[in-house]
Write a protein that binds this ligand. Sequence first.
Ligand SMILES: [Fe+2]
Length: 586
Amino acid sequence: MSAHVSAAHRYPGSAGSSVTTLSGAKISPQTPNANERAGTSRRTFLRSGVAVAGTAAVLGQASAPASSAPARGVFAHGVASGDPLPDRVILWTRVTPTPAATPGSGIGPAADVVWEVARDASFGTVVATGRRTATTDTDFTVKVDAAGLAPDTRYFYRFRVVSGPASGAVSPTGRTRSAPATGADVGSVRFGVVSCSNWEAGYFGAYRHLAGQPDLTAIVHLGDYIYEYETGGYTGKTGPVRTHSPRNETVSLRDYRMRHAQYKTDPDLARLHIMHPWICTWDDHESANDAWSGGAENHQRNEGSWAARKAASERAYYEWMPVRPVVDAGGRHLYRRLRFGTLLELSMLDLRTYRDVQVPATSRKIDDPGRSITGRAQMDWLTRGLVTSDTRWRIVGNPVMITPVLIPPLEPRTTAAVTDLLGVPGAGVPYNPDQWDGYTADRKRLLNTLRANNIDNVVFITGDIHSSWACDIPVDAATYPGSGSVATELVVTSVTSSNIDDILKVPANTLGAAVPPAFMTANHHVRWNDFDAHGYAVLTVTRNATQMDWFFVNEKTDPNTGQTYARSFRVGSGSQRVQPVARPAR
Ligand SMILES: [Fe+2]
């Protein structure tokens, strides 16, 4: 099976060495190690017992491109699915019709591609099919909104090239699932939750271990799927563990396409895309650090106009990610809502495109009612959606933290690390103005709406901050817990991006005993936090409770890292409070 599939990914008639430049990128010296690593991690993966009956065929095919040639072949960038609805799901791939048609190159002959959706992995019963032409216009990416599906049903999908030099090539087989019917009485939904996956800061072991979690409904990525920095620009303790492509900071459309393409060659990332539909939003690093509507901290004048750079980053994102943006009178936007029967609605936010510029945390402008993190249209959409929702739970995919956080008094060295991590002035200021803390009027608008309308069971799931948190969101932090909480927030740490021990270049958990208690003393509504670990979380939603389980990788720079179960917090229905529990939901 493996050899057969592997051959199918090569160019018809190509010898092995003649396709070594197909990554579309400058293949780094690390590539052979990555190949070797992929084989090892696949074996680890299969040993872990994930290859359950019915999926073995898919996993076998899925593993083939990663273990044989992560950056080679017609379907070198894998396949992906996303944004499941009851009758449709987005299917994605990228075709490399000739070795020269590398991502971002803008060259190569058009290729006709047939897509197929079936109930079985052997494609005995194809239930939906169609044809697309991949061209330079979309960087040879192919995105299909495959409709006519049955709700709450497992499907398999693949692509076949049917014209041009790559004719006959067949993609790996992906696995996906449609959402339950709108009125379906769904007992349980489980999301894998991830954010902040920086290629140069480590290997994506978190994705590999998340792939081993049972019964996942979908993967929710809360942003920073790619990082824009030049090589060496933002790494871990010991410099880059592998090299960004292109080596320069991404600014142009070509740059962003190449960067997206490189990330898609990671075997752990590719496998997690193959196994589940993803629901993604962007944060700042899909464009540039600390982005706002008119610029970014990491955008300088000599890099051209911000509008052009933002447009290039958006275009590459929509080409390369399995998302279904909403197009309405206000244009195309990424914020959108997905529903899983009567159990939950998931509102995915875009907190970068419409926000006003950040202001210093000491500025009175933080409270200016004219400033917004969401923009008016998105805030109206969000509050209207939360108020009118008829599902049991209202989950908000929230790229940056909404819980108010006061930085506690810390010894100076630690304070510097914390302010560096948060991106606030090193002298020490009370808030992180890049989060909702910097846009307090919008936060008040949102939370007051929830309170005034007695909207319960709102859970924010959040990324961005490279640390783990379980928080009650207080009505008034100063008088909490007496004044109660209006919602809760569960924050997943980074897949690899640096946090305190990385910044200080000290062993993990050196500060573990000191920093979290200080934060919780200064912020009573923060019930738990961890500043050292990397990993992922699993969010299990049932009628009675929403629970997040945090899993940490042991060493992000080890391509074969193990994982450790860390903590769990649970929000009982109607409680608006997080409570620790002793074990994962499943
Ligand atoms: Fe990040």
